[in-house]
Design a protein around this ligand. Structure first.
Ligand code: ADP
Ligand code: ZN
Length: 530
């Protein structure tokens, strides 16, 4: 690799070719690299697969000294260092997985000026010895990877990241580059403030991923819907299936395997070695399905992931975008598929209500969920909606489910009134606990044992909703929850309550527009349509 003394500096484009074997820069890479090579600070937003790594790796090779990369992805450091070593780049890392001997060897290389890149876990910088070590080394730049982790508003906050403003205070002359694949305008502003990067040049790449087809379907029986998707459209493909709980990860992986689809589980409760083995099989073998909690995926660079399926509702649009962004990094058509239902909304609202942290924290979680629900219930292009969330313009993509089969909306005011007034009547019966299922049974006029026992056949709304099917009613409940016209109690039963906004509906002062439930999860087949 080019050795960088104080002599003439190698040309970034030459380094791109000789070290990395590519012949041209992508997007704004050249401009970003030039900024950092010249000693300036940069804040880079680029979607997953956009090519963020080269934005600090090349300046580290061009500038004299070692490029120090702060990253929370400890599990990936060894892989990253191996990959760089294979290219002839001198790289090392310091994190908690090493023994003192290994650590000393890296420190020796650093001080001898024999490292181009040093990966560092953020908590290392809390150790005075590390700071003193860096004081004695020659530092080419600081790269702060996954910079959104500094944002308390964001979805992936890591307290250690708050300390990173010390980089600027301690080494004011060293250029810094912060990178992330996910940030709303608000998060971006927070990154800039907290890392003291207000004066940094900002590079915001388009977040559009045109080769990904986004589809969000009503959940009926999620696993068989998933099986259907894999059999009809993704036979033999590599993909990731996200589930909320470890138990559901295990069950889904076993289910797929039993159905003849090779699948592996991945979650934080598995033995570390099992996890590592499953991850490396997924990366190396073809046609494996990784069933995982969101613990899986950050920093995973597998280009041919053909689908990302969510069996449960993600907690935020940022999370959803990042998880689905692992599909199609090679630019070929890929599917992002999410099955979402009433129970998801109930469960997540309940989790927020009972979550630890203060009221402001719960409000933040609630706002994240609301944005995610708005994306699910939108009647316009999913992609436009998502880009707008990240503060970017877009045009209807013609490829997502809502573009291909525009959902109709209908006037759901009367059903909403029936439902809300049933809730109000039940609320008067103090101490009653019942979920959405019981409400729907009342509206449908079902004489279940529970309804008879509680005397709910005498409610004035009993049987008043026979004009809609059970599925349609569940859709109404789900959408009222999504629109904030219903709330879930934190009582552990998912008891529904009216909200302040419901009043206007009940008084007939507010119309309720609902999205028509697609006929039995109308399948979108459009692979060839572009
Ligand atoms: P990110 O960190 O933004 O998710 P990476 O830095 O891992 O993306 O890059 C994604 C892939 O694109 C990698 O395989 C990388 O080698 C490749 N890549 C990046 N820049 C270029 C380029 N200018 N030309 C060709 N391939 C590139
Ligand atoms: Zn669209």
């Amino acid at each position: 690799p080019p050795t960088a003394d104080d002599g003439p500096r190698p040309d970034p484009l030459d380094v791109l070719g000789t070290v990395f074997g590519y012949d041209s820069f992508r997007g704004e890479q050249a401009e970003i690299i030039r900024t950092v090579v010249d000693g300036g600070d940069a804040l880079v937003l680029m979607p997953t697969g956009g090519g963020k790594s080269l934005c600090y790796q090349i300046p580290a090779l061009v500038r004299p000294g070692t490029g120090v990369v702060v990253s929370p992805l400890i599990a990936l450091m060894q892989d990253q260092v191996d990959a760089l070593s294979a290219l002839g780049v001198r790289a090392g890392f310091l994190n908690s997985t090493q023994d003192p001997d290994q650590r000393r060897a890296v420190e020796r290389d650093l001080l001898a000026g024999e490292l181009d890149l040093l990966y560092l876990a953020p908590e290392r910088l809390r150790v005075p010895a590390t700071v003193e070590l860096l004081d004695r080394a020659r530092i080419a730049l600081f790269a702060i990877d996954e910079a959104h982790c500094v944002s308390q508003w964001g979805h992936d906050f890591r307290p250690d990241y708050l300390e990173l403003s010390m980089l600027h205070e301690r080494w004011p002359d060293v250029p810094r580059i912060a990178l992330t694949a996910t940030a709303t305008a608000q998060t971006r502003a927070e990154i800039a403030t907290r890392l003291q990067l207000e004066d940094a040049r900002q590079f915001v790449a388009s977040f559009d991923r045109p080769n990904i087809q986004y589809r969000i379907v009503p959940k009926a029986s999620a696993r068989s819907q998933l099986l259907d998707l894999l059999r009809t459209e993704h036979a033999g493909d590599s993909g990731i299936v996200y589930c909320l709980s470890r138990a559901s990860v295990e069950q889904t992986a076993a289910f797929l395997t039993a159905e003849g689809i090779p699948a592996l589980p991945y979650h934080a409760g598995l033995d570390r070695r099992v996890r590592a083995a499953n991850q490396s099989r997924f990366l190396r073998e073809d046609g494996l399905v990784m069933v995982a909690t969101i613990a899986f995926g950050m920093g995973i660079d597998k280009p041919d992931v053909r689908f990302v399926a969510h069996l449960d509702l993600p907690k935020s649009v940022e999370g959803y975008y990042q998880e689905t962004g692992r599909a199609g990094r090679d630019g070929l058509p890929s599917t992002a598929w999410l099955a979402y239902g009433l129970q998801d909304v109930v469960q997540q609202r309940r989790m927020i209500d009972t979550s630890e942290g203060d009221a402001a924290h719960r409000r933040r979680l609630g706002a994240h969920l609301d944005a995610m629900l708005a994306l699910c219930e939108t009647v316009t292009c999913r992609r436009v909606q998502m880009l707008a969330y990240f503060g970017q313009d877009g045009q209807a993509c013609g490829n997502c489910d809502t573009c291909l089969t525009p959902p109709e909306s209908w006037d759901g005011t009367v059903p909403a009134q029936k439902l809300l007034s049933t809730v109000v009547r039940l609320e008067r019966e103090r101490g009653q606990r019942y979920g959405a299922g019981h409400l729907v049974d009342i509206l449908l006029g079902k004489q279940t044992p529970r309804i008879t026992q509680l005397g709910h056949t005498s409610l004035s709304t009993f049987g008043l909703g026979a004009d809609l099917s059970e599925g349609e009613w569940r859709g109404v409940v789900r959408q009222l929850l999504a629109q904030g016209l219903l709330a879930v109690d934190g009582d552990g039963y998912g008891t529904l309550r009216v909200t302040e906004e419901s009043g206007a509906v009940l008084r007939g002062e507010r119309e309720v527009r609902l999205r028509r439930e697609p006929e039995r999860a109308a399948r979108v087949r459009s692979r060839g349509s572009r």
